[in-house]
Design a protein around this ligand. Structure first.
Ligand code: GDP
Ligand code: IMO
Ligand code: MG
Length: 430
């Protein structure tokens, strides 16, 4: 079982960090393959709480080699802050490997992200404002800055100049902002060069050799299926491929290696930022989920929009990613509800859709078709086997398993590292 992928099956914040941490003791490498510091993964170990953004969550497990591969966009200032903060808490980050081909989030990309959101007005995406979209846009437009460019000042200057021609026109003539100075950008980027140099590697080759040598490599996705630039609710998405396919292009490992794809799915649904969300709740139930589940963004602190479980989305994610196992998180948050509605299909203008409608307009108008299941009152945070769960909680899980497109192999019953019920060994082929 050499290459394993973890991806978010909804709109992010499903608990990917916790799932990665759970599996980390059985793996040798953990790879962040997409996104950047728009991600926020919270891992709770005993009384300690860690919020990871750019570093893969596996970094918390001694012995695991953390890798930031080519598909990631890196804000170097944020990276070094995160490394320092972990070092100050006694976490060893010295094994970190960073791809020479990863793109750099420059200060002008952060500026463009914020300014363009403001100018979108009510059509804003609600980005995290971390420069993610503009950095991926530069990559696709072939004016991006890569980590390896930091080691050649003349090349770096030429590339920054090329990137700033169009941007300074945009900033000064359209957005009424001051022009950005090439010298300042180059000086800032060069100031990171010697610090990052020892971490830089041909990560595609190292990962290939690791897999070839029988090591287990875990690819930890940032964001989620419904935020994927191709398969999500475009344009209300992030700018990378956060589905399982992104693990291949984002790391340089051939698609045939990925036999296990673990989808992380919450027992209900949340979303941060704008865009369609059929099961969103605007009443006391939504407030209950937000308060009980502490649904506030790890990165931006924004309150997350909350709604019931959406089975068409789970089935869509199972299909798009080739999910072999689901980890169902936050079941404990539903404790105390008398009844739990679950969306099993949508209705659009009187027509039933059992699967995700292909038209964005239809999805915007989709009304959930609910089935309602009985809840439970017992505290489940101490449950460690499936049989420990109250009958209604067991039935809820089995029902979700039937309608979600893959087996549910683990169930989160609290934020802590050990608050999990494991039903199947997801790494059994190892
Ligand atoms: P990620 O971005 O997918 O890694 O998820 P986040 O860390 O942004 O959000 C998930 C939140 O839920 C974190 O605060 C976790 O500590 C917490 N969490 C994860 N699993 C569980 C669970 O099973 N129960 C509860 N109550 N909290 C959980
Ligand atoms: P993790 O990895 C939830 C959302 C933003 C916005 C959209 C685009 O913690 O699950 P971006 O800054 O990426 O251009 O914003 O995507 N978004 C996330 N929502 N969890 C995340 O990461 C997210 N990363 C981006 O809120 O709607
Ligand atoms: Mg998160």
């Amino acid at each position: 079982m050499p290459a394993v992928v973890i991806i978010g099956a909804q709109w992010g914040d499903e608990g990917k960090g916790k799932a990665t941490d759970l599996l980390a003791e059985h793996i040798d490498y953990v790879v962040k393959f997409n996104g950047g510091n728009n991600a926020g993964h919270t891992v709770v170990i005993g009384n300690e709480k860690y919020a990871l953004h750019l570093l893969p969550s596996g970094i918390l497990t001694p012995g695991v080699i953390p890798v930031i591969s080519n598909g990631v966009v890196i804000d170097l200032e944020v990276l070094f802050h995160e490394i320092e903060a972990l070092n100050a808490r006694g976490i060893d980050t010295s094994r970190l490997r960073v791809s020479a081909n990863a793109h750099v989030i420059t200060s002008y990309n952060v500026t463009v992200d914020k300014v363009s959101e403001r100018f979108l007005g009510k059509r804003a995406i609600g980005t995290t404002g971390r420069g993610i979209g503009p950095t991926y846009a530069d990559k696709i437009n072939r004016v991006g800055i890569r980590i390896q460019d930091l080691f050649d000042e003349s090349i770096l200057r030429q590339k920054v100049e090329a990137a700033l021609v169009a941007k300074n026109n945009l900033l000064t003539k359209v957005y009424n902002r001051a022009a950005i100075k090439v010298d300042e950008v180059v000086a800032e980027l060069l100031s990171y060069a010697e610090r990052i140099r020892p971490m830089v590697a041909d990560t595609a080759l190292e990962l290939y050799e690791a897999i070839d040598g029988g090591k287990t490599v875990l690819f930890e996705g940032g964001q989620a299926t419904m935020l994927d630039v191709d398969h999500g609710t475009y344009p209300f998405v992030t700018s990378s491929n956060s589905t399982a396919g992104g693990a291949s292009t984002g790391s340089g490992i051939g698609p045939g290696e990925f036999k296990t794809v673990i989808g992380i799915v919450k027992a209900y649904t949340t979303r941060v930022g704008a865009g369609p969300f059929p099961t969103e709740l605007f009443d006391a139930s939504g407030e209950f989920l937000r308060a009980t589940g502490f649904e506030f963004g790890t990165t931006t602190g924004r309150p997350r929009r909350c709604g019931w479980y959406d089975a068409p989305i789970a089935r869509y994610s199972a299909r798009i990613n080739g999910v072999t196992d689901f980890v169902l998180t936050k079941l404990d948050v539903l404790t105390g509800l008398k009844e739990i509605p679950v969306c099993v299909a949508y209705e659009v203008d009187g027509k039933r859709f059992d699967e995700m409608p292909v038209s964005q307009t239809d999805f915007h108008h989709a009304k959930p078709v609910y089935e309602t299941y009985p809840g439970w009152d017992e505290d489940i945070t101490g449950c460690r086997t499936f049989e420990d769960l109250p009958k209604n909680a067991q039935d809820y899980v089995l029902m979700l398993e039937r309608i979600s497109g893959a087996r549910i192999s683990a169930i989160g019953v609290g934020p802590g590292r050990d608050a999990i019920v494991v039903r199947h060994d997801m790494l059994a082929g190892k």
